[in-house]
Design a protein around this ligand. Sequence first.
Ligand code: SF4
Ligand code: SF4
Length: 64
Amino acid sequence: MALTIVRDLCTACGDCEPVCPTQSISPFKGLYKIDTDSCTECEGEFDVPQCLDVCMEDDCIIAA
Ligand code: SF4
Ligand code: SF4
């Protein structure tokens, strides 16, 4: 289970990168990308996915 960033909606604000407990978010081609191999959807660490919680863009982070 992992989340992914919709490139058309990401504004590259960077807010999601530092809140990820698994360091799965990194800059990629001018925007940001989630590594679906290491994203855990924050299970066991937080009640809600932290990137989803901080992202201000509707529907920008969705199920991979
Ligand atoms: S859901 Fe959690 S583990 Fe996955 S990218 Fe977002 S903050 Fe990181
Ligand atoms: S918080 Fe949302 S808009 Fe900002 S870089 Fe992350 S995915 Fe993109």
